[in-house]
Design a protein around this ligand. Structure first.
Ligand SMILES: Cc1ncc(COP(=O)(O)O)c(C=O)c1O
Length: 362
């Protein structure tokens, strides 16, 4: 790790791979010898088209995206998708089904309610510690779609499986675990993810959507919210986030070098296990938020006995170059976000720090 950089556990925007930052730095003033930065060229230029191709094919290869799914680069964050999905697919007289396993899933449901009829199919609230098994979920046939959040970033709760429905379109908010493990893309009608955790910088939202779904977009849709029109225009209906897409192309190349999604999954398992082990060995000094079967491999959330001890933990961690560990304001406690680019050395450093802190304060 470069001297001066810290172990950054931020939940998002989050750590990016160092080689990606270095390459972006090296290409900053003159991109591939063009005499201009990638931020300073037309999105319709040949040079940028190559960048877009690299980002799209990178994601397609890594995730094995089938040919009948489009890969789109949008703006407005995952939050905009909370509204765009029902705007396009929740027609009058139909109901959308929401599986709510955390704060983000609840927000997605609330946005859908403003667009039409939405139903909570499963609610893990108010504590959000768990996810349903596939057998616990059955939705009425004829529902518009079933929506779930594959990893709840705030609570640190993750589906250990891809939620699939044989007869209904499945929509997934995969913002905080996309690219961390293989995913059955074909089984999903639409997947969306804000880039700022595992894909790249903030300001880009990746959407992977089946052609079948695109055909369902109603005529007369507002142009900027029209998935079909955006797909037809290869995400260039208007000016895309060119810089963000460039960084995504570099992240994809970096991830391929790590053995792709299969390679990084192994490492992600190892990283998460190291921290959960420190929690489980602590005899209750640290208390994990998620129940065992739903523990997130991306966001490890845990509590200490009181606020004063939590503050001491966070400030001593920071003094040890372990930053970004404060839990989300709605939950409190500690959250260690350990996305793909987070180095395993940082996980070892945190686990050792947790042991030492417990020895001193237990
Ligand atoms: C799972 C999940 N969904 C949605 C969002 C909202 O993303 P954005 O801020 O890009 O709108 C977040 C943000 O952290 C998230 O973690």
């Amino acid at each position: 790790m470069t001297i001066g950089r810290k172990f950054n556990f931020s939940a998002g925007p989050a750590v990016l791979p160092e080689p990606v930052l270095e390459e972006a730095r090296d290409q900053m003033l003159t991109f591939r010898g063009s005499g201009t930065s990638v931020m300073e060229i037309s999105h319709r230029s040949r040079l940028f088209e190559e960048v877009l191709d690299a980002a799209e094919s990178g994601l397609r290869d890594l995730l094995c995206v089938p040919k009948d799914h489009a890969v789109l680069f949008l703006q407005g964050g995952a939050t905009m998708q909370f509204t765009m999905v029902p705007l396009n697919f929740l027609g009058e007289g139909t109901t959308a089904q929401y599986v709510v396993t955390g704060t983000w899933g609840r927000k997605a449901y609330e946005a859908a309610e403003l667009c039409g009829t939405a139903n909570v199919l499963f609610d893990a609230g108010p504590e959000y510690r768990t996810v349903p098994t596939q057998d616990e979920l059955s939705a009425p046939s004829g529902s518009a779609y079933v929506h779930y959040t594959s990893n709840e970033t705030i609570e640190g709760v993750e589906f250990p499986y891809d939620l699939l429905m044989s007869d209904l379109p499945v929509v997934c908010d995969a913002s905080s675990n996309i690219l961390s493990r293989p995913m059955n893309i074909k089984g999903h009608a639409l997947i969306y993810a804000g880039a700022q955790k595992n894909i790249g910088p903030s300001g880009v939202t990746v959407v992977i959507v089946s052609n079948e779904m695109l055909e369902r977009v109603p005529d007369g849709q507002h142009r900027v919210f029209d998935y079909r029109l955006i797909a037809e225009n290869r995400s260039m209906l208007n000016t895309p986030n060119t810089w963000g897409i460039y960084i995504i192309s570099l992240v994809c190349r970096w991830l391929k070098d790590q053995g792709g999604v299969e390679g990084i999954e192994k490492l992600n398992r190892e990283k998460a296990a190291r921290i959960y082990d420190a929690i489980d060995r602590s005899g209750g000094f640290y208390r994990g938020h998620a129940s065992a079967e739903a523990r997130s491999r991306m966001n490890v959330t845990f509590m200490l006995s009181d606020e004063e001890l939590t503050e001491r933990f966070l400030s001593q961690a920071e003094a040890n170059s372990l930053v970004g560990l404060r839990g989300h304001r709605s939950l409190g406690g500690v959250r260690a976000s350990i996305y793909n680019a987070f180095p395993i050395a940082g996980v070892h450093a945190l686990a050792s720090f947790m042991d030492d802190f417990r020895a001193d304060n237990g």
